[in-house]
Design a protein around this ligand. Structure first.
Ligand SMILES: *[C@@H]1O[C@H](CO)[C@@H](O)[C@H](O)[C@H]1NC(C)=O
Ligand SMILES: *[C@@H]1O[C@H](CO)[C@@H](O)[C@H](O)[C@H]1NC(C)=O
Ligand SMILES: *[C@@H]1O[C@H](CO)[C@@H](O)[C@H](O)[C@H]1NC(C)=O
Ligand SMILES: *[C@@H]1O[C@H](CO)[C@@H](O)[C@H](O)[C@H]1NC(C)=O
Ligand SMILES: *[C@@H]1O[C@H](CO)[C@@H](O)[C@H](O)[C@H]1NC(C)=O
Length: 387
């Protein structure tokens, strides 16, 4: 699943509620906090240290003084500040796990059935002086999340999953598979309204982020204080699109996905008014199931003779019919049945009645993973951490 490895320009992050770090049966209280429900850990940082990121205003806590096992390390100066002036602060240090096959962070958040976005970030940076890229596995509880692999020592890998909690404890585990020592640079959890990011599989599936694109954007950091879910958005442009935008406020109250203003205020539209708006991707595993979440808001004031209406199709088959974006109001739509194929092409085409070309403001693409097991919290703890 090489496709899940992104190259994000990560900024410092964080904030949180109550965090317990748990390793080999040692449970220690870490912190209580701020931005409701956010948990943000700068792994491997100095003891008793917390800070607020200047860009995001999110508060970070380090795990340093609260963990009995694992080893704090700094990345090599070759990859650190000042040689690497754009390095996000949390990635300059990390916690590595030379002992034990399975080491877990135990996050206390929400209750059974709560939906969480979990983001784990990694930068190897030759911290061990071995110049050898490790490969290891990541789990949420007993469920496999992803393998973690690196192309080089300076690659920043960020993995995201949206999954439903099976209890008030969520265990994020690093598993040694004999290909080098696991480590982690940052770990974040954001509570998500559980009426959104639905799949056809109900509670027995989680989502793995594949792509999250801010369509038609000009600039921006990709991470915004008004994003209640603290997502990271990557600009996507095409030479066959032009951007349209508004500086008026956009109402997101009717849209549970609550896109940040900087993302929803811009849209792309085809340069040629009769063209469709298209994007595509390739899946190296043809059995993967994809869900696509499309964000729309009309950013132009239309008069009575104008109409912007369009259909969405996938590989030539109709997916969603007759979308009319509302002026300055956000809406998010998604496929009701997951998409399975080698090649995927989403096409947004104006209807016959439409006088205006289609628009698209943002899109998220996730891999849908049906869960292997839905353990009780006790089983989860047993399997996870050897209590
Ligand atoms: C990492 O670097 C910081 C700042 O230079 C230093 O205070 C800390 O002791 C270092 N940590 C380790 C584990 O070497
Ligand atoms: C490391 O890999 C990333 C991701 O493929 C790439 O963007 C970057 O240019 C590479 N850096 C070096 C120094 O090779
Ligand atoms: C972002 O783009 C807009 C529109 O082009 C421009 O007005 C604004 O100054 C830009 N902001 C930054 C931070 O570059
Ligand atoms: C788009 O199609 C309409 C109707 O067929 C045509 O009148 C118009 O010239 C076309 N516009 C472009 C830019 O091709
Ligand atoms: C509506 O807007 C279009 C495009 O700007 C314009 O050509 C048309 O005359 C307008 N119609 C009315 C009734 O204002």
């Amino acid at each position: 699943m090489a496709h899940l490895i992104l190259d994000p320009v990560m900024t410092n992050s964080t904030g949180f509620i109550l965090l317990l770090v748990f390793l080999f049966g040692v449970t220690i209280l870490v912190h209580a906090q701020q931005q409701t429900g956010f948990i943000s850990i700068d792994c491997g940082g100095p003891e008793n240290f917390e800070y607020t990121d200047e860009d995001t205003k999110i508060k970070y806590v380090t795990d340093g003084s609260y963990i009995q096992t694992g080893v704090n390390k700094n990345i090599s100066s070759d990859y650190a500040y000042p040689k690497n002036p754009n390095l996000p602060y949390p990635l300059s240090d990390l916690r590595s796990f030379p002992h034990g096959n399975r080491n877990c962070y135990r996050l206390i958040a929400g209750t059974k059935g709560s939906l969480h976005l979990i983001r784990a970030s990694f930068l190897y940076g030759n911290y061990d002086g071995e110049n050898k890229l490790p490969e290891f596995d990541l789990y949420v509880g007993v469920n496999f999340w992803s393998s973690v692999k690196f192309k080089n020592a300076s690659e920043q890998v960020a993995l995201e999953t949206i999954s439903m909690a099976t209890s008030e404890e969520t265990n994020v585990c690093l598993v040694n598979k004999g290909k080098g020592i696991p480590f982690i640079s940052a770990l974040e959890l954001r509570p998500i309204d559980n009426s959104i990011y639905k799949t056809e599989f109900g509670d027995s599936a989680s989502l793995l982020l594949f792509k999250r694109w801010d369509i038609g954007s000009f600039n921006g950091s990709g991470r915004y204080q008004d994003d209640v879910y603290d997502r990271i958005w990557f600009p996507l442009k095409s030479s066959s699109w032009k951007s349209i935008s508004t500086s008026s406020k956009i109402d997101v109250s009717g849209d549970g996905y609550k896109p940040p203003f900087e993302v929803i205020r811009n849209a792309a539209t085809p340069r040629n008014e009769n063209d469709s708006l298209e994007f595509s991707w390739i899946s190296d595993d043809r059995n993967l199931k994809f869900n696509v979440y499309l964000y729309f808001a009309e950013v132009e004031k239309l008069n009575k003779t104008q109409l912007r209406e369009f259909d969405v199709s996938w590989n030539g088959s109709p997916l969603i019919k007759s979308i009319i974006p509302r002026y300055l109001q956000a809406t998010t739509v998604f496929n009701s049945k997951s998409l399975v194929a080698n090649e995927h092409r989403i096409s947004i085409q104006k209807t016959e009645d439409s006088t205006l070309p289609p628009i698209l403001n943002a899109v998220e693409i996730y891999v849908v993973r049906q869960l292997d097991a839905l353990p009780t919290s006790e089983e989860d703890g047993m399997t996870c951490c050897n209590i």
